[in-house]
Ligand binder design. Sequence first.
Ligand code: PFF
Length: 460
Amino acid sequence: MNQDKNKSGGEAKLRDGFTSSFGVLAATLGSAVGLGNIWKFPYLTGTNGGAGFLVVYVLATLLVGLPVMISEIMLGRKAKRDAVTTMKMLAPAGQPWWLISTFGVLAAFLIMAFYSEVSAWVFAYIFKAIGGSILSNDPKVTSAAFGALISDPVQSLLWQWLVLALIGGILLMGVSKGIEAVTKKLMPLLFVLLLVIGARSLMLPGAAQGLAFLFTPDFSKITAGVVLTAVGLAFFKLSIGMGTMITYGSYFRDDQNIPLTTFRVMCADLFVSLLAGIAIFPAVFAFGFAPSAGPSLLFITIPAVFASMPFGHVFMVVFFVLAAIAATGAMLSILEVPVSVLSERFGISRAKATVANLLLLGAIGSGCALSNSVLADVKLFGMTFFDLFDFVTSNVLMPMGGIFLCLFVGWVWGFDKLKAALSNEGALKNEALLRVLFVVVRFVSPLLILVVMLKGLGAI
Ligand code: PFF
């Protein structure tokens, strides 16, 4: 536990936090690794031309993702409070920087609304895979099976509520006994399962073609919109621009090397995305499917791919278990943002805060759960709730959060405080590195995000 007093609860009590260095890594990686790697990254790479998109995405991760992630964790650990209070505490009096975290809470709800629905499909697919009902090498059959699931309002809602209840249950156990304990068990398992699936896929006859798609860049498909998608993915992947990493940073230990831990998480996260790509694309090509199937790639193409390979039944179950594990760690971190704000800022018990947030999410989330059935024709800006929430968070809210966070750290917080916080008050000798980081946060990242965002949205 962090030896820190929580004053909002009346009498002083110890604030919960991550207890070991491995726990910090597991929880932070648990937040980063998720459906972003297994669902979003493969389908966006597939629809945006493959390796060229991958190169832009890696650049976005290095130039924008890493600096913003380090900054968020730094601020969180400094204040050791929920995301809104952190910004209130650290900003000069009267300046509304806390709005970054308030919009972050909004983003958390919108993301969780559609994320919990994709997770619902993943959890449902574990059972469908075990039962064998989605095992067919005919994409028409797998497509009909997926259609039947998402267009059934009852199944969509029930699976979503089940997922929400599971996440709520873990959060109720607290930060160290819930989030940290669960992710410490799940993350190693995830890596093992992913290596098994990746190795299996690489042994397929068409593997070379899939690897070429993933690793031989063709930049002709890179438009401003594609670059914005890559930047949005970098934010979504590293769980930044919306207060999640501020919140997790507040549970970091004081002796944790933030830049190093963040760099490790970034590398491991990239590695998982590549492994997911290596597991998926060779198999897609080996069996003659299109890599550009879009969001349904995971649910229509993948089962057909597995059905076409020996022992496909077993591998498919393993694959969806893996996806469910990844989704769980990520959802814990998304929901932790509003739960910690509500409980710490307003002095409500963690249990009450969790239940209140779950109820609200059940309501907002059903807009996404029903986006393919009852509410399919309800559209805003030409998009269903599901698509709209996804688009607005990755392409507007998270990048905007990132810009303002950089401006705060680079122009208000300043180098001296950054250096003190990231060198653990002088214990780490990393000044040269911090100088580079500061210049990037002050100038490069915010400008880059702004230009990409305005161009991508067609404003310039
Ligand atoms: N990083 C997660 C993923 O890639 O699946 C998604 C996510 C988690 C986004 C936490 C935002 C967040 F705050």
